[in-house]
Design a binder for this molecule. Sequence first.
Ligand code: ZN
Length: 221
Amino acid sequence: MKRIPKNKDIQQIYPVFFWKRCDSCGKEFRREYGYKYSYQYYVGYLSVECYVGYLCAECYVKNNSVTKFVKNQIDTRSQPIKGGSVKIFLGGTCNGSNWRQTIISYLDKTKINYFDPVVSDWNKEAQEREIQERKNCDICLYCITPKMTGIYSIAEVVDDSNKRPNKTVLIVLDKDEDKEFNQHQLKSLDMVGQMVMQNGGRYFQSIEHFITYITNLAEIL
Ligand SMILES: [Zn+2]
């Protein structure tokens, strides 16, 4: 059986045989009291890693609060778990496509947050908000459906998969109500998907697969 240890677990220890290296001063200690701490952090929201470290008693006191020390440690590593919340940016095809509603009706039943960039009045304010949200969301999802007319979303997902691979997800749907991509279009979209994956992003060919992925993610938070 495996389990993910509690975030920021701190425990007093008294190592007898093995030297433990203090993460603060770098000195090793044994046969005296010290502290063992652990925390989980995300490697780009795709996988959880657990870090276990030690502090000598002196540094424990000097650092005043281990929580603060750990926080600084986490900040230097990838994205931390933000109190178990994930926010998804819902980018991609608009044009009256219902894919967002499908995902939103699922997300509303979970603790996963989202940002829907579709607004009736596309003004400067909305544009700025979108840029901000795209930067702050933990996952930038781009769902491409045959209702797509413009190709800017494709540029966005490729750009994101280069700049922020760990949070970029592409979904390509072959059908959207009465619309369908032809084989040629699907083939080139699939190549975009492969490109996104090679860059380190995620690529799915159905909303169900994405929901399974996001459900697993929510479970470990
Ligand atoms: Zn120390």
